[in-house]
Design a protein around this ligand. Structure first.
Ligand code: UDP
Length: 430
């Protein structure tokens, strides 16, 4: 099949860890490569945000990134991109006419949905849509701090109603979409994945070295200064709840916290969230046990994760959250918030633990016995790795997604053959 993946702000070529570059970039990149590995021809359409970018950049065999001229050729915050989506869709439709119409277009994030439906209507291309994040959830948690355009929630419902299929990434998202008013029959669940070859347990010898000084993010990973090490990985934004971990640390003695994410280390002093976390750590008297690493290169992350006893992920809400899968694939247990995708990706008591969000006391109470029990941590980590390989390898995610595309790309009379032609893919949790 010729497949168009549309991801207006999140390019597979972007550097991860910045304010607008995270899981969606990873997802689109890995899905594109996974589909290409299955023999499909994949084009990823993303906005041209730098005048020096060529129109087409090969990403690998059978997969290329296409830079769409829509809006200024410079970085624009994603919440200001909606006005350019008509131009994005029109350019894409012309490209499809010129270079071949895809059998399926799969849009990622609501604005890509708008652009894709516009292009697809002209050429009768079936559309699958993945939200990655929902405006209704963001508004509930962030209130007045939410900078999304006013029409986002209504546009999201409309995209879901007009797309041929909605591909949700977890069961909690299905509940949210139904709450929004979407018919559950339009939704299938395929989780996000993890690169289980890149993210894997460190061999014991390297684990020892990683715990000491090692390369990480182009900087030296600090030598362990406490008996136990916690790690948070993610964009430095308030809703990731890193402050909950800093607060919990006060009640978890003998433990240090590393935080990977945000701008590069030399620019952390100018980052408002980094400054807020440092001030909080100082106020709580735990600043000597907290280290902000800044952005860590994706390639260096397995060593950083492997140096930790526990990866902590305590967001207020989380559409999916790939970091808990990366920790699991590295064989490191996760203590996370019982929200969003973590409800599927962490099996409490089997691969990690879940605690209520924004609750430092509950987090500290979960961490203390776990840190004191290396045998339990190892058992959780091993189960996490097994589950990551069995359920979340990108190759499986690509296969499930391609099976859904096939149901959309079939001629209408073939679909009339009945539901047996449509594989049941709603089951995600193992
Ligand atoms: N990431 C990274 N370096 C960093 C911080 C984050 O490579 O310094 C990557 C991380 O490994 C993960 C992605 O960014 O693959 C974040 O995805 P997730 O779904 O956890 O969160 P999002 O950013 O989408 O909210």
């Amino acid at each position: 099949m010729r497949v168009a993946l549309v991801s207006e702000h999140a390019s597979p070529l972007a550097v991860l860890g910045g304010v607008d570059a995270g899981g969606q970039n990873v997802h689109v990149d890995a899905l594109a490569r996974g589909l290409a590995d299955l023999g499909h021809d994949v084009r990823v359409y993303t906005r041209r945000d730098d005048a020096s970018l060529p129109e087409r950049v090969p990403l690998g065999p059978r997969v290329e990134v296409v830079h769409v001229p829509a809006g200024p050729a410079r970085e624009v915050p994603k919440d200001a991109l909606a006005p350019y989506m008509d131009a994005f869709g029109d350019w894409m439709a012309r490209d499809w006419e010129r270079t071949g119409t895809p059998a399926v277009a799969h849009s990622h994030f609501w604005m890509s949905g708008l652009a894709t439906l516009r292009a697809a209507a002209a050429l009768d291309v079936p559309v699958a849509h993945t939200y990655h994040a929902l405006g209704s959830v963001k508004r509930r948690h962030q209130g007045a701090k939410d900078t999304s355009p006013a029409g986002r929630v209504a546009a999201e419902l409309s995209v879901g109603e007009r797309a041929d299929l909605v591909v949700a990434t977890c069961r909690d998202e299905v509940d949210e979409l139904v709450r929004l008013g979407l018919d559950p029959a339009r939704i299938q669940v395929v989780p996000c994945g993890v690169d289980v070859t890149h993210f894997r347990p460190l061999p014991p010898a390297r684990r020892g070295r990683a715990a000491g000084a090692a390369r990480g993010g182009g900087a030296l990973l600090p030598r362990r200064r406490q008996p136990h090490r916690l790690l948070v990985v993610g964009r430095l934004v308030e809703r990731k709840g890193v402050d909950t971990v800093v607060r919990a640390l006060a009640a978890v003695p003998g433990t240090e916290l590393l935080v990977a994410g945000g701008p590069p280390a030399d620019l952390l002093a100018a980052d408002p969230e980094a400054c807020r976390l440092v001030a909080l750590a100082e106020a709580l008297g735990v600043d000597d046990r907290v280290t902000l690493l800044g952005r860590v290169e994706h390639d260096d992350l397995p060593a950083v994760i492997g140096s930790a006893d526990v990866v902590v992920a305590t967001p207020w809400y989380e559409p999916f959250g790939i970091v808990p899968l990366e920790a699991a694939a590295c064989g490191v247990p996760v203590v996370g918030s019982a929200v969003g995708g973590l409800l599927d990706s962490v099996r409490p008591g089997v691969t990690g633990l879940l605690v209520p969000p924004r609750d430092p006391d509950a987090l500290a109470a979960a961490l203390r016995p776990l840190l004191a029990d290396p045998v339990r941590r190892r058992a959780l980590g091993q189960a996490a790795r097994r589950r990551a390989v069995r359920t979340y390898a990108w190759s499986q995610v690509a296969q499930r997604t391609a099976a859904l595309y096939q149901t959309l790309a079939l001629p209408a009379d073939a679909l009339l053959a009945g539901p047996a032609a449509v594989p049941a893919l709603t089951e995600v949790a193992v």
